[in-house]
Design a protein around this ligand. Structure first.
Ligand code: SAM
Length: 235
């Protein structure tokens, strides 16, 4: 089951009840002007609201930006073996911290990605920074159980949603930009239609409104006990 929202993820979280989400697994803007993208020009104020609505919050950020967040309960590490070396000037590195709030059952603290594999896997995804699918499967697997709800308030091309559906979680995703939302919607619908997941309990499709063309809120199942407000995609 999944619900996708083409709008502001922070505003969406404000509409949710406290502790109503199993885990927020996300990849927020780092505030590093990645490829000159306007959405990456600052770190939004989202973490307090995320901690209010979710039992666990886990997300990637850059080595230099982890200090912009409150002290986490744990820090994990996403290591990209073989990726192009970056310098301090760019604010990126071969590794990224994964900040974790809440009690989790992590068994190991490092997830290693073969950069070439991620490159192949992400070919054709129309987003400047699609993340590694295996990383998000690992995060979801270690922070939640089957049937629990995963929210990604900054879903980009929808990687978290694909991983969540693979692992039989309920997924809710928000993305501000209509063009990225369309990419996420396509990927997530496709993941939902994979035979292993196509069961009578999760194959209902209901359109509940939209701003980008006809479809900015796509629902295949239940919506949380929350009011979803339509948002502008402009910033
Ligand atoms: C780092 S990218 C996420 C990439 C994603 N993990 C993937 O694999 O494609 C962050 C995304 O957050 C979106 N964004 C920024 N501010 C937002 C907001 N307030 N609400 C919803 N989405 C937002 C951006 O448009 C961008 O696509």
């Amino acid at each position: 089951m999944f619900t996708l929202h083409n709008g502001d993820g922070i505003q969406f979280m404000r509409s949710l009840q406290s502790q109503s989400i199993g885990a927020i697994i996300t990849d927020p803007p780092y505030g590093l002007d990645f490829q000159g993208e306007s959405w990456d020009s600052f770190i939004p104020e989202w973490i307090a609201e995320a901690r209010r609505v979710a039992k666990i919050v886990a997300f990637t950020t850059a080595p230099t930006t982890q200090w912009d967040y409150p002290r986490p309960e744990w820090v994990n590490n996403w290591y990209r073996a073989g990726s192009t070396s970056r310098t301090s000037a760019g604010g990126f590195n071969h590794w990224s911290p994964v900040l974790v709030y809440g009690k989790v059952k992590f068994m190991v603290d490092t997830y290693v990605t073969a950069a070439a594999l991620t490159g192949m896997q992400n070919k054709g995804i129309e987003h400047p920074s699609p993340k590694d699918l295996g990383l998000y499967r690992w995060l979801i697997d270690n922070t939640s159980s089957e049937g629990e709800t995963i929210l990604d308030p900054f879903m980009g091309s929808g990687t978290t949603g694909v991983a969540a559906l693979h692992l039989k979680r309920v997924f809710i995703g928000c993305e501000l930009k209509a063009e990225y939302f369309a990419v996420a919607e396509k990927r997530i619908k496709s993941a939902a239609l994979s035979p292993a997941l196509f069961t009578p309990s999760n194959n209902r499709v209901q359109r509940t409104g939209g701003e980008s063309g006809q479809q900015n809120l796509f629902s295949a199942g239940e919506v949380l006990p929350a009011k979803v407000t339509r948002q502008s995609t402009r910033r």
